[in-house]
Design a protein around this ligand. Sequence first.
Ligand SMILES: [Zn+2]
Length: 353
Amino acid sequence: MFTTNYFTARADFCAEAERGGARLSCHPIAGRGPNGEELFIDSASLGHTHPGTLLLLTTGVHGAEAPAGSALLRLWLMEFATRMPKDMGALLVHALNPWGFAHGRRTNENNVDLNRNAVSTFPGPVNPEYARIHRWLNPALPPDDGEAFWPGALWHRLRLGTTVLRQAIAAGQYEFPRGLFYGGDRQQESLEILKRLLNDERFAAVEQVLHLDIHTGLGHRGEYAMLVAEPSTTSLFARLARCFGAARVVSNAPSGFTHYAARGTIAAVTARALPHARVQACTLEVGTYSAVHVLRALRAENRLYHYGCRDANRAARLRAAFGETFCPADPAWRKILLEHGQTVFRQLPAALV
Ligand SMILES: [Zn+2]
């Protein structure tokens, strides 16, 4: 079920979608694979041809998280596609960041975090604290050239507190093109493609969308959460909590967020492409390693990518550790990911009534 190879994952997804009678479409992107191969965002459309209600499943916005998302899309195709209500449509998007998947990076070929790129104007909002942590977070040196993680981490945590520091790191930034969580200086091709997919005349009558975007790396290992951009006081939040379980649904709205509130997340594309529809956006996050482990892996891999590493063995180890951070090889983790997927997919139709 799992493959960390983009080309195998893509072939498996397309084969499974065709078996299920889906309408497949393949969208080439400008970026190339490690050996110059063409790369594609693939989508599968199922169910009613002109639905009023649409289930949108997106995966691989962060390339390194795509192996898990790809496995879950195939699970949905195998076990849930035939159980869809007759009047509903589904659109599955495989590897929104195919370059990141093929190269084992979180970002795309422009170092852009696509889940910070959907802002309405560029540059995106200023993140003043990021400028103060930038030199610690993104040392302009290879990963074997010092610049230890812990002294800066402890200093900035003492200075800002954990909540503010977490928000400064992960909210998104538009000033440092080689930095982590960079949202870009223009809308990226992947987002244009998603918008085009949603602007299809088949979706002209859509009144309601549930957009589930699948990620890994946030939260406790093997646990999952449904992040919603709704304050926890609204009736919509209460309804989602009833559908998915109160313990699972957490708010990442700017007021009262639990992890951090990100700017320019991918769901904004859906809302803009279907302005007459009611869009409920949820991010499924499945935990892998601790937040500190994830941040250290991100920091080391980003340095490796931009500044190289003299020790080839160390470089290979860092790349492998990065892949492991977002899709652990442990069979128990992979089994529980699929179990969580089954639970959430079973609950989805109720969230759409
Ligand atoms: Zn992610």
